[in-house]
Design a protein around this ligand. Sequence first.
Ligand SMILES: NC(=O)c1ccc[n+]([C@@H]2O[C@H](COP(=O)([O-])OP(=O)(O)OC[C@H]3O[C@@H](n4cnc5c(N)ncnc54)[C@H](OP(=O)(O)O)[C@@H]3O)[C@@H](O)[C@H]2O)c1
Length: 260
Amino acid sequence: MQVAVLGGTGTLGTPTVRELVARGHTVRVLTRSAPADPVPGTVHHPVDLATGAGLDEALRGADTVVDAANHLGLRHAKVLVDGVRTLLAAEQRADIGHHVEVSIVGCDQVPFGYYRTKVAQEQVVTSGPIPWTLLRATQFHELIDEIFRTAAKFRVAPRGPLRFQPVDVTAVAARLADAVDAGPSGRLPDVGGPIVQTLTDLAAARRAFLGKTVLPVPVPPLGRAARRLRDAALCLDNDGETVSFDYTEWLHRRYPKPAS
Ligand SMILES: NC(=O)c1ccc[n+]([C@@H]2O[C@H](COP(=O)([O-])OP(=O)(O)OC[C@H]3O[C@@H](n4cnc5c(N)ncnc54)[C@H](OP(=O)(O)O)[C@@H]3O)[C@@H](O)[C@H]2O)c1
């Protein structure tokens, strides 16, 4: 199958591209910048979701689109919501048969700007003109680690009762590839990692792996969004599917020797 992966150089996009290539698909990588380390056998198409530039050319002859693009900056609504609308219109012109979207477990439960954007993006896709599949995943281990790495630069580590259920991104990528193979399937069961942990638990796991201490900085559950995180709103409910391994295992796989 000819598959176009929006955001195919990102944290999720890269393993998704690899998995699709391994399954024998012909994969196009659609991003603004050319991949620094292209996956062999793939072709890069420069596109910009914010303007629609390059989409018609990039989608011509493709069968399926996987949207793994992201934007965390101030323009997240413009890039992700207006962007997916622009993308779906281009998919309609290109006669694409299947759009695969990825979103975040519990995004409709947490009143936080980026999550509102994800809910709006989901609505555009699920009410849009292209047959779709939607997969919600919990936070990737990479995101959790990035939070601690950034804090560690200031010799601190956030602690607190906020709860997460981080997941291995390659397991999410495999679910997206399954979705490509299966065809339009609507909303899939949510996926997340094997255990729910507080920020304190996750910080302790990192500290145990590093073997050195940083100053704990409490993050109290102030405000509605933080209280929802404390109440595990971003974690799987009973219908979700746990996949892969926990953050401690990820640390051991990610860093050949302790990170700094
Ligand atoms: N990170 C998490 O923990 C997590 C958890 C659950 C779900 N998700 C969802 O997973 C998806 C991917 O997230 P991620 O963390 O893998 O993202 P990421 O690592 O930040 O990658 C973003 C990708 O999007 C591309 N991109 C950004 N702006 C673009 C634009 N205007 N036009 C075209 N491409 C653009 C980037 O390439 P260029 O910059 O070269 O354009 C890059 O390939 C998102 O929908 C996110 O909400 C993420």
